[in-house]
Design a binder for this molecule. Structure first.
Ligand code: ZN
Length: 283
């Protein structure tokens, strides 16, 4: 199942057509994606039996909103791909390095982001969405907790992110528009190998980041096990799972986003999201 959000209403997407979940269920299911995530197994089973003729809305994929517009918790993980840990000058961590992107920064897949003053960098990431309340689950059962996967950008203003001693990442990663997600949430059963997806970040059409999600130090089930060992994960929570090598501040010379840039973030089997930028205001 591919869940999208069109004009604030949840839809099931198939190719360039969609079915409005509230309408197609004759009012049995709500139109709010957050409410659907509270009752996810039922929604998924209902969608599996949806007849082809229910898909009656033409979809412009660039018009979709965030598949999870109001997550309660947004987890993010630093240095989860060995080449990125190496380029950042660290040995691979023994425990996931967890911070938050405050939920107000979450947006849909096609946006224009106002660059704050500073050094704004890109990080393409696979995002796992939690499908039911999960506490202290083992890794071998953790995929059951996942409603689906989507594409995210962990946009990061490096000055704010790194200025503290010790650095506290979360504010520098939470400026308005810094958490674009989408275009759709794809359930794990749609993938042959949900643990091994090509992930690519393109700057003005050129691939600057490329890896496979099987390279992760802590794969999705391991992250869910370790996060849920500490606190309950809630339906609709987002887990940004870390970025591959190729971020701008490790280039020589460093490269940061400008108003002339277009950023595309793509994951096999899900799709792509695209960001443009406007320059900081000078006073
Ligand atoms: Zn990141």
């Amino acid at each position: 199942m591919r869940l999208g959000v069109l004009d604030g209403r949840a839809v099931v997407v198939s190719g360039d057509l969609a079915a409005d979940i509230h309408m197609a269920s004759r009012g049995k299911l709500p139109h709010d994606p957050m409410a659907l995530l509270e009752d996810w197994p039922r929604v998924r089973d209902w969608a599996a039996g949806l007849p082809e003729k229910a898909y009656d809305i033409p979809v412009d994929l660039t018009a979709l909103g965030a598949p999870v517009p109001r997550p309660r918790q947004v987890f993010a993980v630093a240095l989860n791909y060995p080449p990125h840990a190496a380029e950042a000058g660290f040995t691979p961590p023994d425990e996931p390095l967890v911070f938050t992107k405050f939920p107000a920064c979450v947006t849909g897949p096609h946006t224009t982001v106002a660059l704050p003053p500073g050094k704004v960098d890109w990080e393409v990431e696979l995002v796992a969405v939690i499908g039911h309340e999960t506490y202290q689950v083992n890794a071998d059962r953790a995929w059951d907790a996942v409603a689906g996967l989507t594409v995210g950008q962990d946009l990061s203003e490096r000055v704010t992110q790194l200025q503290g001693k010790p650095a506290q990442f979360s504010l520098g990663k939470s400026f308005p528009g810094f958490g674009p997600t989408g275009p759709v949430l794809v359930t794990p059963d749609e993938f042959d190998h949900p643990d091994d997806l090509e992930i690519t970040g393109l700057l003005n059409g050129e691939a600057v980041q490329r890896d496979r999600t099987k390279s992760m130090i802590f794969p999705v089930p391991e992250l869910i096990a370790r996060l849920s060992a500490v606190l309950p994960l809630l339906p609709g929570d987002l887990v940004f799972t870390g970025t591959p090598a190729g971020v701008g501040n490790r280039m020589n010379p460093p490269r940061y986003l400008t108003a002339a840039d277009e950023l595309t973030s793509r994951i096999e089997g899900i799709g792509e999201i695209r960001q443009r930028f406007t320059a900081p205001e000078h006073h």
